[in-house]
Design a protein around this ligand. Structure first.
Ligand code: SF4
Ligand code: SF4
Length: 365
């Protein structure tokens, strides 16, 4: 169908309809001085009038001069935590039945994060041995995506090809419009389920000028990104930079804390741990997020393979932007900028790649 328009009340109806259909609706909320993803009881829980200022190692909420609810860039969390939770019980000697997977409706998924979900599916869902918990949750999600019109200071999805317009994979896609006559949303339908949900809420057909204006703002957002990944073959750049002295320089700033891997919407590594209680009668198997920055991440026997900070940072970056292509056919980075904001020392993946690129060019001269 053609694009539709809903107003702020229609957004409230959308949340209610999804809850009535049995979804746990998750979207952005304001909590703990950040925009965090949480279950919504209604659209009133959305962070109306809040934006964010971000920089390397910096994230602050700020008041907007309008009541936009999607007027903020990526927060500390991504949708990964719902599809691939930080800690999951895989097995218990006490439970005969496996747990029922929640049905999530994600409200407010940006282009970068929609691409990240597809990348995670490439790793966890399309693997030789798919992660059944992940695929079970993914199969049931309803996605309300949001096109980006105001990128943040650390966004670079345009240079990674994942935004600012949302790509495929949504049920409904919204573009938020805020004017003197209130908030409204240009709505595009991606699936039959999306069409059915839209049909059950108050909407009208979009007029061509408002579709054009929304598209122009989304297209224009590409030029307002605060960061840009250097052009060229990043995979080869990283292969050729293996012995670069720059790894030592980055490592002099890197605390190997692993924050970048925790906030990244595509980092997927886990550890599996078996635990028993003191009686020895109950045993459980848990899967937890792991980070390639942990010292024992590469523990084989008698020690870890990647012992130094430079080798761990080099591994993370080389996998993310290089060997990920070999393994999964895509980049592992979608340009959300989270790893820059939440790095305690403000290490910037785009700056490090730019430096490596400049060093390689200087070597060629
Ligand atoms: S590497 Fe950084 S910018 Fe890229 S997807 Fe992960 S957190 Fe986002
Ligand atoms: S790059 Fe930053 S966030 Fe990542 S491990 Fe190093 S200090 Fe931590």
């Amino acid at each position: 169908m053609n694009s539709a328009v809903i107003d702020a009340a229609g957004l409230g109806e959308l949340v209610s309809v999804l809850i009535d259909r049995g979804y746990r609706v998750v979207g952005p909320t304001k909590s703990d001085n950040a925009i965090v993803l949480a279950e919504l009881d209604s659209a009133d829980d959305l962070p109306s009038g809040w934006g964010v200022d971000v920089g390397p190692g910096h994230y602050r909420l700020r008041r907007r001069d309008d009541d936009a609810v999607f007027g903020h860039s990526a927060g500390p969390q991504s949708w990964k935590q719902f599809l691939h939770p930080p800690r999951q019980k895989l097995w218990s000697s006490d439970d005969a039945e496996s747990e029922e997977q929640p049905r999530y409706a994600f409200l407010g998924v940006r282009g970068c994060d929609l691409a990240a979900i597809a990348i995670l599916n490439g790793v966890l869902g399309n693997a030789a041995h798919p992660d059944e918990g992940f695929t079970g949750r993914l199969r049931q999600i309803f996605v309300v995506a949001v096109n980006c019109t105001e990128p943040g200071g650390l966004c670079f999805c345009a240079s990674m090809g994942t935004g600012p317009a949302v790509g495929p994979g949504y049920d409904l896609a919204l573009t938020e419009r805020v004017g003197s006559d209130g908030r409204r949303y240009v709505v595009d339908v991606g699936t039959d389920d999306g069409a059915e949900v839209l049909a059950s809420i108050t909407h009208r057909q979009a007029e061509q000028p408002e579709i054009d204006s929304a598209q122009a703002d989304v297209t224009g957002a590409a030029a307002k990104m605060g960061r840009q990944m250097p052009e060229g073959d990043l995979r080869n750049l990283l292969v050729e930079s293996r012995e670069s002295p720059h790894w030592e320089e980055v490592a002099s700033r890197c605390l190997t804390c692993g924050n970048c891997t925790m906030v990244c919407p595509t980092c997927f590594c886990t550890n599996v741990e078996d635990v028993t209680d003191l009686t020895g009668e109950h045993a459980e198997r848990w899967m937890e997020w792991a980070s390639c920055f942990e010292f024992d991440f590469t523990f084989v026997h008698e020690g870890s393979v990647r012992q130094s900070g430079p080798s761990r940072y080099r591994h993370w970056l080389t996998h993310k932007l290089g060997t990920w292509h070999d393994q999964f056919g895509t980049s592992g980075c979608v340009g959300c900028g989270r790893c820059i904001a939440w790095c305690p020392t403000g290490i910037d993946i785009t700056e490090e790649m730019t430096t490596l690129s400049e060093l390689a060019e200087a070597d060629d001269d």
